[in-house]
Design a protein around this ligand. Structure first.
Ligand code: RB5
Length: 145
């Protein structure tokens, strides 16, 4: 199950991403907003809570730029959120950073690109090996600050 949420800036893009991913066979838990104004840190907390607890495997967050969502998401223990705006970075944040949440900007990306990036994010695995040591170092920072 993939958790997805947006603020008021990301409603249309979220709809497009949900439709594209559902057609590809993914199951999504839509946490809103459906249009009413929403503060992006609240939505980041909701979606990332589902990922951090293990209830959802990954999360997708959309706001105007994706930046507010990524800043908020990365404050939550266990979350490695990546701002995704191109296919190379999206692939490598899965391969090397084992990112578990992707953030996208509805005012910076078109819906077609957002759907493609979401699919790349959800279908690319973590490489492990030397990259696991680096993830463990990130976890050490998280546990000691
Ligand atoms: C909302 O207007 C906007 O500030 C928000 O969607 C986002 O871009 C924040 O980073």
């Amino acid at each position: 199950m993939i958790a997805i949420g947006c603020d008021h800036a990301g409603v249309e893009m979220k709809k497009a991403v949900i439709q594209a991913l559902t057609e590809k066979g993914f199951e999504l838990k839509d946490m809103g907003t459906d249009g009413e104004p929403c503060d992006y840190p609240d939505m980041a907390k909701t979606v990332c809570g589902l990922v951090a607890s293990g209830e959802c495997e990954k999360g997708i967050l959309i706001c105007g730029t994706g930046i507010g969502m990524s800043i908020a998401a990365n404050k939550i223990k266990g979350i490695r959120a990546a701002l995704c705006s191109d296919s190379f970075s999206t692939r490598f944040t899965r391969l090397h950073n084992d990112a578990n949440v992707m953030c996208m900007g509805a005012r910076t990306l078109g819906p077609g690109l957002a759907c493609e990036l979401a699919e790349i994010f959800l279908t690319t695995g973590f490489e492990g090996g030397r990259h696991q040591r680096r993830i463990d170092l990130i976890t050490d920072i998280e546990n000691n600050n």
